[in-house]
Design a protein around this ligand. Structure first.
Ligand code: ZN
Length: 322
């Protein structure tokens, strides 16, 4: 499939002016809403060897494979590749250091079940934040990487991805970033101090704990059905709890994919059961935008937002019982 990247480009690669970054960064030259495609790009290099190196770095065999892949690249791609930053100047070869610094996880590819990584001319320039406003996804159909907005991005703002598990507490994230990418994170979340930082760590721990729970779609359906069939349970029991989970993920900008999906599904069903049409529309539109960022399409949520009264859950809590 051809690339569908917005044209003309809606971003620029620049040196950030705030002095927080040694290298370049990506800046929006247009406004983006949640789910919008910021760019789509083919990789300069893809390798099947995406196993993080051990304490002694990559093996000689890994390095030989990296060089073999590099040698297959076109001259213009080699030049672009060599201009990317290298956090591992002590690696036995520059090619491997650049790969280790810039590769993004793209998952398995047809014919190979292991983890693959891709290095990109522009996407690999995107700086890290522990509260990112964008997400990377690999689009197999077009064999390209995509970056979608995960939060509203205004023209002129820097675009950020997260390089590490954002549910970790601040100290752990900072150590991971220092070990792997050799920088001290000064993102908005890492700059919090005292109670603000402790609260952020707690919320992230709560998000991780919820994501690790049994939060399947089936469990959601069971919970909603139990609540709709028991008038003794508080009217807003389900929506109040789920709105708190959602608010915490939004405030931390930790849109944990599995938890977000279940929370928004739970909210849509509970609001439908309460015949709250605006509640269903708001949550279904939000779910559609996030699915666009994660899977490239709305996942069927726009149909729910268009007609909440057609859902199976409509009025289950409000209808008269005999
Ligand atoms: Zn940070």
């Amino acid at each position: 499939m051809p690339l569908k990247t917005p044209s003309p480009l809606r971003y620029r690669i620049l040196q950030p002016a705030d002095g927080r970054y040694i290298g370049l960064g990506m800046f929006a030259t247009a406004d983006f809403d949640v789910g919008d495609l910021i760019l789509q790009e083919r990789a300069l290099l893809i390798t099947t060897q995406f196993i993080p190196p051990g304490p002694n770095g990559y093996s000689a065999a890994d390095a030989a494979l990296h060089m073999a892949v590099y040698e297959q690249m076109l001259p213009a791609c080699r030049t672009a590749y060599l201009s990317l930053s290298n956090s591992f100047p002590s690696e036995q070869q520059e090619i491997t250091g650049i790969l280790n610094t810039n590769a993004l996880y793209i998952g398995a590819l047809p014919g190979y079940d292991g983890a693959c990584g891709g290095v990109f001319n522009d996407i690999s320039r995107i700086n890290h934040s522990c509260c990112p406003n964008a997400v990377f996804r690999w689009d197999l159909a077009s064999f390209s990487g995509q970056v979608h907005a995960l939060a509203p991005v205004r023209c002129g703002e820097q675009i950020y991805l997260s390089y590490v598990d954002m549910c970790n507490p601040r100290k752990v994230r900072q150590q991971l970033l220092l070990d792997k990418y050799k920088f001290h994170c000064t993102c908005a979340s890492c700059m919090l101090r005292g109670a603000g930082s402790q609260y952020s760590d707690l919320r992230r721990a709560f998000i991780a704990a919820q994501a690790a729970e049994d939060i399947s779609e089936r469990k959601t359906d069971d919970d909603v059905l139990a609540w709709t069939s028991n008038p003794a349970l508080p009217e807003r029991m389900l929506v109040d709890a789920a709105e708190i989970w959602l608010a915490w993920m939004l405030e931390e900008r930790v849109m944990e994919e599995r938890l977000c999906r279940v929370v928004l599904s739970r909210l849509c069903k509970a609001y439908a059961a309460l015949e709250d049409e605006e509640g269903v529309k708001r949550c279904a539109r939000h779910a559609a935008a996030l699915e666009k960022a994660w899977i490239g399409h709305d996942g069927g949520w726009l149909a729910v937002a268009a007609n909440p009264r057609n859902t199976l859950w409509w009025g289950l809590r409000t209808m008269p019982r005999f």
